[in-house]
Design a protein around this ligand. Structure first.
Ligand SMILES: NC(=O)c1ccc[n+]([C@@H]2O[C@H](COP(=O)([O-])OP(=O)(O)OC[C@H]3O[C@@H](n4cnc5c(N)ncnc54)[C@H](OP(=O)(O)O)[C@@H]3O)[C@@H](O)[C@H]2O)c1
Length: 330
């Protein structure tokens, strides 16, 4: 039995105008798959990279990596889900910009009753990212309560979750953001300090705040515009975690600069290396659900768009007009 669904697809990479709402046919889940009817869909900066062609994917492409909804049908061999379960996910392959889809069940997690669909759709890709960044991407000397870390784009989707989670871990998170209002938001969500990197020299401010020593780790999703100065913010043996390209990709660099800046470490991370098994995905999701249901991390859904307004949603995200998370509503 098949049914039809609205879905946002692109025929070729390009601007937001490439995204068109169309009708697609959705079938039954095969082995290891489930059919999910979305109640809310998460918007992420990776959707922009996939739409623009910065990340190359086969065309035509149904976009979207995150969503929340209800399981409508379960394929053979799926033991952890049942029809009617409330669920949320961050998952490959893309395709969440739709009413209903069939997808691999591995990364689909049952949503605790206390967490709504909009929060669920807004928190999985961004929250699991904050989880692995703060819990798994640590400098060789470790991270202890009281330590300073630098987190760019601190008022964004990943950023606001990281501010709160870092505070819960006792870290002093220095957040950067592109306006004074965004800095105030980062501070209100647990950042110990905030720097407007459009008006201030963030490396100089970091040195001031840390008494000249620098931070133990930098979490940088801005990429090209912040790369050089971010390296200057690190204490000796510190860790540079580059995990995004909002301003463009980081250009190639000579490893010798890592020695010159204090024998620092660099890693380029992606969530999708961390969620390659059901067990790892669920363990990370349980950690995330725990801090959200305990009230330590609030999921800020600050923008809502009907699915039909997806072009505007992308324009707002790329123009740095958003704060916190955005969701598309089917
Ligand atoms: N590798 C991974 O595992 C992984 C997973 C999730 C997300 N990410 C990355 O994490 C970042 C945050 O993702 P998100 O979905 O939560 O987005 P977001 O932070 O809500 O939005 C991106 C923010 O980046 C800042 N930015 C700086 N320069 C920019 C530019 N030239 N153009 C656009 N924005 C710019 C803007 O904040 P200001 O105005 O404050 O500068 C903007 O609001 C993205 O780079 C994303 O690719 C990586």
């Amino acid at each position: 039995m098949t049914q039809s669904s609205r879905a946002v697809r692109i025929e070729q990479p390009g601007g937001p105008e490439q995204m068109q709402l169309c009708e697609v046919t959705v079938g039954q889940p095969g082995p290891g798959e489930v059919r999910v009817r979305h109640h809310a869909i998460g918007l992420n900066f990776i959707d922009v990279y996939q739409r623009s062609g910065l990340y190359t994917l086969p065309m035509p492409l149904q976009l979207g990596m995150e969503g929340a909804g209800v399981v409508e049908a379960v394929g053979d061999g799926v033991a952890h889900l049942r029809t009617g379960d409330r669920v949320a996910y961050a998952a490959n392959p893309p395709g969440s910009y739709c009413d209903v889809r069939v997808m691999p069940a591995m990364n689909v997690c049952r949503l605790p009753d206390a967490i709504g669909f909009e929060e669920g759709a807004a928190m999985m890709l961004k929250g699991l990212t904050a989880q692995y960044l703060l819990k798994k991407c640590k400098p060789v000397e470790g991270l202890e309560p009281g330590d300073f870390v630098l987190f760019h784009a601190a008022a964004g989707g990943v950023g606001l979750i990281a501010c709160q989670w870092a505070k819960a871990l006792g870290l002093q998170l220095i957040g950067t953001a592109g306006s004074d209002a965004k800095c105030a938001l980062a501070l209100a969500n647990g950042a110990s300090h905030a720097i407007n990197y459009n008006t201030e020299d963030f490396a100089a401010r970091v040195k001031d705040i840390t008494g000249g020593r620098g931070v133990k780790a930098v979490y940088d999703s801005v990429g090209k515009d912040t790369w050089d100065k971010s390296l200057d913010c690190l204490a000796p043996f510190g860790l540079m975690v580059t995990f995004g390209n909002a301003s463009g990709p980081v250009p190639p660099f000579a490893p010798a600069i890592l020695a010159a800046k204090g024998s620092i470490y660099v890693t380029r991370q992606t969530l999708f290396s961390h969620i390659t098994s059901r067990e790892r995905t669920q363990a990370m999701a349980d950690d995330l659900f725990g801090v959200v249901t305990a009230g330590q991390v609030k999921i800020h859904v600050e923008q809502r768009y009907p699915l039909s307004q997806v072009q505007q949603a992308h324009r707002d995200l790329e123009a740095r007009k958003t704060t916190g998370s955005s969701v598309l509503l089917p």
